[in-house]
Design a protein around this ligand. Structure first.
Ligand code: C2E
Ligand code: CA
Ligand code: CA
Ligand code: CA
Length: 275
C-alpha cells in the first residue's frame, strides 16, 4: 500500500489514453511558461541537525499560472519530461540559481539542483552544464546534482559511470535523491562516484513510531557509513524526528521543521543560523 504513495503522481491518466482538453491546455501553458521564462525557483535550506546551522540549499522549481494557480512540480516535471522540454526547463532553473548566487550570495554554500533521467542520457550534459556555469562565473563546486535512483538505469551502468566520473572531475557534488525507493543494487551503488545519500521522505514521515521505517533509516545510515558516504534526511517535520535521526547518527537534514522552500528574497540568511 505504501509503495503506491512513493510513486510520482502522473499527469496523463485519462482512461481512454487520449489527451483530455485540460491536459492539452496544460501542455500549451507549460510551453508558454518556458518561452516566457515564467518559472520560478524556491530554496529550502539544508541544516546541520545538532545546531540548526545552514549547510546548503536545494533549488526547487515553481510554476505560478494565472488561472491554474500554483502547479506542483510533481505534475509538470513528468509532463516536461514527456514533451521533451526537461532540458530547457532545467537550463532555466540553473540560470536562475546562478543569478541568485551572484546577486544574493546564498552564503557561499552549495546549492543542489534536481536532475532528470533524460538529462543523464544526453551526451552533451556535462559540457553544457560547465559552459552555462562559466557564463555566470559560478564554480562547479557550488553546485550539487541530485539524481534519483531511477536515473541510474542498470542497462546503462557503463555510460552512467563515465558521466558521473566526469561530473565529479569537473567539481560537481553528486547525491542520490529519494534513496531507498529505487532498486539500485548495493554493488552498483558502491562503484558510483557519489558523495551523499538522501533518505527519502517516505521513510522519515512516520518516525519514530513506524518500526519498519525506523529500521530502514538505521540500515541506510549504517550502509552509508560503511561506504564512506554522507547522508541527509529529507522531509523532517517534527523535533521528534530530528532527535531520532540525531541519535541514529544522521548529522544533516532538511524539512518543514527548519524551513519550507522560499523565494531567495525571503531567505533569512545573513547569518547561517536559522531564525
Ligand atoms: P524532491 O527532489 O524529492 O524534493 C523534495 C520535495 O519535498 C519538494 O517538493 C519539497 O518542497 C518537499 N518537502 C521538503 N520538506 C518537506 C517536509 O518537511 N514535508 C513535506 N511533506 N514535503 C517537504 P516540491 O518542491 O513540490 O518538488 C517535488 C519534486 O519535483 C521534487 O522532489 C523533484 O523530484 C521535482 N522537482 C522539483 N524541482 C525540480 C527541478 O528544478 N528539476 C527537476 N528535474 N525536478 C524538480
Ligand atoms: Ca531533490
Ligand atoms: Ca527527494
Ligand atoms: Ca521525491
Amino acid at each position: 500500500a505504501k509503495s503506491a504513495g512513493r510513486n510520482q503522481y502522473c499527469f496523463y491518466q485519462s482512461s481512454t489514453g487520449q489527451q483530455t482538453a485540460d491536459e492539452l491546455k496544460m501542455e500549451q501553458a507549460l510551453r508558454h511558461a518556458l518561452q516566457q521564462r515564467q518559472l520560478g525557483v524556491h530554496y529550502q535550506p539544508k541544516v546541520r541537525l545538532n545546531h540548526n546551522t545552514i549547510i546548503g540549499f536545494e533549488a526547487l522549481v515553481r510554476w505560478q499560472h494565472p488561472t491554474f494557480g500554483n502547479v506542483p512540480p510533481d505534475s509538470f516535471i513528468p509532463l516536461a519530461e514527456k514533451l521533451g522540454l526537461i532540458s530547457a526547463l532545467s537550463e532555466q532553473v540553473l540560470d536562475t540559481v546562478c543569478e541568485d548566487i551572484n546577486s544574493h550570495g546564498l552564503l557561499g554554500l552549495p546549492v543542489s539542483v534536481n536532475v532528470s533521467v533524460s538529462q543523464l542520457t544526453d551526451p552533451g550534459f556535462c559540457r553544457r552544464l560547465c559552459r552555462q556555469l562559466k557564463q555566470y562565473n559560478v564554480s562547479t563546486h557550488r553546485i550539487e546534482l541530485e539524481l534519483t535512483e531511477s536515473c541510474l538505469i542498470p542497462e546503462q551502468a557503463e555510460a552512467t559511470m563515465r558521466l558521473l566520473t566526469e561530473l565529479r572531475k569537473q567539481g560537481f557534488r553528486l547525491s542520490i535523491d529519494d534513496f531507498g525507493t529505487g532498486y539500485s543494487s548495493l554493488s552498483y551503488l558502491r562503484r558510483l562516484p557519489i558523495d551523499t545519500l538522501k533518505i527519502d521522505r517516505s521513510f522519515i514521515s512516520e518516525l519514530p513510531d513506524n518500526e519498519e521505517d525506523s529500521q530502514i533509516a538505521l540500515a541506510i545510515l549504517a550502509m552509508a557509513r560503511a561506504l564512506g558516504l554522507e547522508v541527509i534526511a529529507e522531509g523532517i517535520e517534527t523535533a521528534v524526528q530530528q532527535d531520532f535521526l540525531l541519535n541514529a547518527g544522521c548529522q544533516t537534514g532538511q524539512g518543514y521543521l527548519f524551513s519550507r522552500p522560499v523565494p531567495v528574497t525571503e531567505l533569512d540568511v545573513t547569518e547561517d543560523i536559522l531564525v
